[in-house]
Design a protein around this ligand. Sequence first.
Ligand SMILES: [Zn+2]
Ligand SMILES: [Zn+2]
Length: 303
Amino acid sequence: MNSAERTFRSLHFGLYSTYMERTKGLSNFHTHCNLDDGTGVMEEYVLSALSKGFSALGFSCHTPGKLQDGWHMRTEDFPGYLEEIARLRSLYKDRIEIYAGLELDYLEDTREMVGYEYRDQVDYTIGSVHMMRHAKSDRYLAVDGPIEEYELLLEDNFQGDIQRFVGYYFEIQERMIAQYRFDLLGHCDLMKKRNKGNRFFDPKEPWYRKLASHLLKTARKHKVRIEVNTGGMARGATDEVYPSFEMIEECALLGIPLTLSSDAHQSAHLDFYFSQADDQLVQAGHRTLDVLQHGMWQSVPIV
Ligand SMILES: [Zn+2]
Ligand SMILES: [Zn+2]
């Protein structure tokens, strides 16, 4: 083969592999496992990702650190987590890209990002708000936990005022966005997880739309990437993805980049509802999604 042929071949192969990445290109960067509140060992998720034709998989355990509560990773497990990801990355390097991430927790009462000290040891981080400090018991209660916790927060912290409760959840995320740097904003309308059948509020009402819109504008100002998360649907808790279609449409208008995540807690759910969510994204006006590729966040076409 002469040099012209070699150049042609490498160019041709280069273009072909780019095309393959785009069309094959399934990936997920919000993945739990048995080191936090997920089930199954990490390798099980890699094998599932391979069977589904993924080109990349990122693990994002609930961060180690001060919240040692049974659903966050135990701090002593963190070195083993990184070692296992390194082992899997090397073992499967010809077939899939594997990344180490963490889902960090912003605490509204102390304004700290739990796990922020680990950010340099991982490839990317997700910024999430799951909890608020309960005024009466002084414990953290989850907005996506048991319904009793949601109701305790609503009654005791907000005197039953759902608009203030929801408004505060959006406001905390805006604070987190202004204070810290992270790669993805996690499930930004998580308040609807316990709102099946609009039990507490109607997300189409103007007050709600206004609060949601304010969050999105803050996200745009700080150049935050937002995830479209199918995890609520996988658990049967919601009838739609996080965030709602209206918010996804507004992200398109504002030019906010999105990723698509399953927030999988079991390996079978790695691509849960992905094809339908893809269609919705296109319908909402999006033409690209952000993915980690070759170690960098890149925008890839979805149409
Ligand atoms: Zn989460
Ligand atoms: Zn998660």
